[in-house]
Design a protein around this ligand. Sequence first.
Ligand code: TXA
Ligand code: MG
Length: 327
Amino acid sequence: MGRAEGSTLRVVAINPTQVDPALLQAPAETLRSGGLVAFPTETVYGLGVHALDPDAVARLYEAKGRPTNNPLIVHITPEMPVDALVAEWPTAAVQLAEAFWPGPLTLVVKRSARVPDAVTARADTVALRVPTHPIAQALIRMAGVPVAAPSANRSGELSPTTAEHVRRSLGDRIDWLVDGGACPGGIESTVVDVTVSPPRILRPGLVTQAQLEAIVGPVAAPPVGIAVGVPLPAPGMLAKHYAPRTALELAADAEELTLLRDTYTRAGLRVCVLTLPDNPAEAARTLYASLHDRDTGEYDRILTLLPPDTPTWAAIRDRLTRAAATD
Ligand code: TXA
Ligand code: MG
């Protein structure tokens, strides 16, 4: 199935602190039968499809306008075994899953033949995550199938942290929108490749390098800012990604911020200065919503101060750098 021509988006609001399973029955059935369902997770909203249904996965790429060489994360519940999806489950995966699942950590492992090529972009690996958000868990559990879910935005746009963000970006292209309010985490999961030793961070996120290293010892991290021209282990690592339409510029210090603001203002541009909270978790929670709010055409430039180059700010610096990239 999938979205019928001329059909309208169905929306259901669900209280995440008291999930009513009856309200999830229809979206779960839509997922199981090949439709597109957007739902909240603890990081950002995901756009879910039945991960083992290649036609559904093809519709998902189409709806997002996503390049088919960018693989998807497969979401499962804590009680679903990984065995059917993976060819190997190395010690680092055992330890990291034990420590951080359910939660905002995605593990890249060797895949089994059951996972369709379309999900993994033909790679011999698959990315797996067990979300902790009660709505995400209940929905996947009721669907009874693994759910492939990228962020619920059109490709290249900012990730959504509210149902309204999803509706604006994809409202005319999906079957169901499960509105569970704002996502508590605010930026995407940490993606770690555990097929290599030491494990390697492909995308920094809410689980920090230090937290990973406390469990498995040394972990390799990608530099902030991307080496262009090198084959990308995670195509989501393309420099320009997660970007607002309005030009975003990053200042290295307060002085540069003032200089940029004054220069643009004198040139007649409408400038907005975004001040991030000084706590990394709070900055993550509000980052995309703040950018969405300022990305309405009201401004010509959004300026913000790049946070310090320290491990706890790595994920925020990563997302800001991508959002500001111009190619
Ligand atoms: O927090 C999240 O991870 C959210 C929620 C919805 O779970 N999902 C998300 O999905 O951010 P997406 O598609 O926007 O980003 C998935 C990232 C991309 O950078 C992709 O390249 C990488 O995971 N990825 C997926 N499968 C991979 C694989 N087999 N090998 C390497 N990277 C992979
Ligand atoms: Mg995304």
